[in-house]
Design a protein around this ligand. Structure first.
Ligand SMILES: NC(=O)c1ccc[n+]([C@@H]2O[C@H](COP(=O)([O-])OP(=O)(O)OC[C@H]3O[C@@H](n4cnc5c(N)ncnc54)[C@H](O)[C@@H]3O)[C@@H](O)[C@H]2O)c1
Length: 339
């Protein structure tokens, strides 16, 4: 049986809290898991070895005090300070000062915990920091997983990680059944049924901290471009498309509502129109994909099969270096890792 999968995490926010709860819950259940076993690993093979944040209201605290269900195995891990190369988001500076350490100190504290993966789930829009975290992972000798929309996985960084027998996986996590995956799935189905999509839009409204951070125009624009490009892959012909986070509504909490409208053409140019809404919860929607990708990557790393990073990234992210159709990436991922 292969070793445990050790992960260090940057960002003790919504996604990390939900992941911590999930790793506890799935010791005794498989209900709600997309793939109970991936690459020979079950969820209890994943263990958290370190967590980092820069919010002084979190740094120094035990994970258990920040997760609502605190009867968890990792509750005694203390949150350590991270690094920050961007302006501190206003919701954090509002809470007091941020707590950070130097690059060198950070590499040391990451290396001491000897993770297989450094998982980057920090706030949206901190691109310089996310890029630096990829560098830290390389210097500390672990693989990197980037859930944020920062562009960290490039041909260049990939070669650098591969030269050390490591992987860089990213970018921008694609939720299991979120706005983008569902949108891509619908277009794939229409295309398979011979229907031509002509125009479409997707408007997202969310109520969590990350959605609020995404409201900054520059971040919103980049996320919109990533989503729009990711969706465009599914149609053989170009169509008029807009997709992106549009509004923050606090009353939605961790939920997100995606509104879709599509116009397509069939026999004799007949019009097919679709108008629907999808309500999901952001953090739970991301976690099946995270635990699948980490287990798959660990099994590929153990076999020194580094090119498998392409399949894992196209399955788990909206902006991977190699783009595949949604049905193709799920099939390739399951063929390679589901057992
Ligand atoms: N389904 C999903 O939830 C989903 C999908 C796609 C992408 N993502 C991305 O995952 C990331 C995390 O989402 P979330 O909902 O947990 O966000 P969140 O706002 O709840 O948590 C982010 C955490 O990162 C911390 N942080 C900020 N700067 C940091 C730094 N320099 N070092 C360490 N920690 C830092 C913040 O203090 C906060 O605790 C976001 O970038 C989001 O866009 C999530």
């Amino acid at each position: 049986m292969p070793d445990k999968i050790k992960i260090a995490i940057a960002g003790m926010g919504n996604v990390t809290s939900t992941l911590v709860k999930g790793l506890e819950f799935y010791k005794n259940s498989v209900e709600g898991l997309w793939h109970p076993k991936i690459g020979g690993f079950v969820l209890s093979d994943i263990t958290i070895v370190a967590v980092f944040d820069i919010d002084s209201s979190k740094v120094g605290k035990k994970i258990g005090s920040l997760v609502s269900d605190n009867k968890i195995s990792f509750s005694d891990i203390s949150i350590q300070p991270g690094i920050m190369l961007d302006a501190v988001p206003s919701h954090i500076s509002k809470n007091g000062q941020s707590k950070t350490v130097s690059y060198e100190e950070f590499v040391k504290s990451l290396a001491v915990s000897k993770p297989d993966f450094f998982v980057n789930v920090i706030s949206s829009g901190l691109d310089k920091t996310s890029e630096k975290y990829a560098e830290v992972a390389l210097d500390a000798g672990c693989s990197f997983f980037n859930a944020t929309s920062a562009k960290t996985a490039t041909d260049k960084t990939r070669r650098a990680f591969e030269s050390k027998g490591l992987m860089i996986l990213g970018d921008d996590l694609m939720s299991q059944f979120g706005g983008t995956a569902f949108h891509r799935g619908m277009i794939d189905f229409m295309t398979n049924r011979g229907i031509k999509v002509k125009k479409a839009y997707q408007l997202d409204v969310g109520g969590n901290q990350d959605t609020m951070n995404t409201m900054a125009e520059e971040i919103r624009e980049r996320k919109r471009n990533i989503k729009t490009e990711s969706i465009a892959i599914e149609s053989p012909q170009p169509f008029m498309s807009t997709a992106g986070t549009t509004e923050y509504a606090e009353q939605l909490g961790d939920s997100r509502v995606s509104y879709y409208w599509m116009e397509a053409k069939g026999f004799l140019g007949s019009t097919i129109e679709m108008d629907l809404a999808l309500k999901t919860s952001d953090s739970t929607n991301g976690c099946n994909v995270i635990v699948d990708a980490l287990r798959a990557a660990k099994s590929a790393l153990a076999k020194k099969d580094l090119p498998k990073a392409d399949i894992i990234s196209s399955y788990a992210f909206k902006n991977p270096t190699k783009k595949m159709h949604i049905s193709e990436c799920i099939r390739s991922f399951e063929d390679a890792f589901a057992n």
